[in-house]
Design a protein around this ligand. Sequence first.
Ligand code: MN
Length: 153
Amino acid sequence: MKTLLPLACAATLSTGAAQAADVVSHGSTEAVMASQETFTGAVIYEPLLPANELNGHNTGMVTFPPGARTAWHSHPRGQTLIVTSGHGWIQERDGDRIEIRTGDTVWCPPNVEHWHGATDSSLMSHIALTYFEGDTNVTWGELVSDDEYALTK
Ligand code: MN
């Protein structure tokens, strides 16, 4: 498990050594198609910023076309989602579907199984801040079936 270091130590860390803002230009990181083992549909993942020793989470943009969604999954230390475009759904096991829209911010608590994705009629993009416990920030389960997805309507 990673430990947050005191700020005074940051100057000795490779990722914290600069003590200055690190601007990653939009488009400078390679977007990839998300795996069909863990996502349904043509989902695009754009890495924005890797984790460092101080923040403990990576940051990525995920874009879901209509009908696309994650598989069931959980996060050992939770996840923050910021919806940047369109609207979508998030649902926990045995929970109600919740609609999320552009500008909404969502906290996914640790170790709670859920999925998130677009609605069946709108795309949805969100920035995901996904917190690490050791080398892991997500535990994947099975795909959300078409029947399960349909039940969210
Ligand atoms: Mn999640």
